[in-house]
Design a protein around this ligand. Sequence first.
Ligand code: URA
Length: 240
Amino acid sequence: MAPATDHDLAALCAEIEACTLCELHATRTRAVPGEGDPSSDLMFVGEAPGYHEDQQGRPFVGQAGKLLEQLLAAIGLTRDQVFIANVLKSRPPNNRDPRPEEIAACQPYLWRQIGLIRPKVVCTLGNHATRLLTGNPAGITRVHGRPQATAISGHGFFLYPIFHPAAALYTPAMLTTLKEDFLRLPELLAHAQPQAGATAPRTDDAPSAAPGPTAGDSPAVARVAAPEAPPAKPEQLGLF
Ligand code: URA
């Protein structure tokens, strides 16, 4: 598969900026497609733009973004060296929780971003991103810090759920755990990339040979552990 080009991602960003698939387009100031290195091994997926992100059209530029940048610095990275995206590309009014129909409308964009960037690790920040990418309702408190071999858009990667920086900002215990989980990222990045195995069980009937999804496609997530099973422990994947 040819690597993603800036042009591929720029075209997708333009599509997202013009999106009217859900009602959030009527209340947003700017869409927030995501930004960073299109060939990075590491991708972050947050929940949705907040006030500052909506104003600037850029992800994680508020307080949570500052913490994310500090955490990145602790492992020797800057935000320009990773790709940062969100489940929703438009701000929900008053920062309310994303609604299922909004997540469903936006999900194909995230799947296409993963298919273009082809990261080795996708780090989900908080409950919404983690539940969407695992296809499992288990909350972040239960699954944080446990890498799961996963495939989306025919691309295999480690899904690595961690607490959302915004939640950790005001909860010291959560911040400690977030830092601990974050510091394990370099080891995960050094590990061999999991392949999108043909033998991995799928969560739906979508054909595995299907190209990257477009708006309207159902989620196509494959993982090594069955979705109903508890997430694989790092030890089971030979990690940590
Ligand atoms: N919180 C998120 O989940 N995403 C952002 O872009 C900013 C804050």
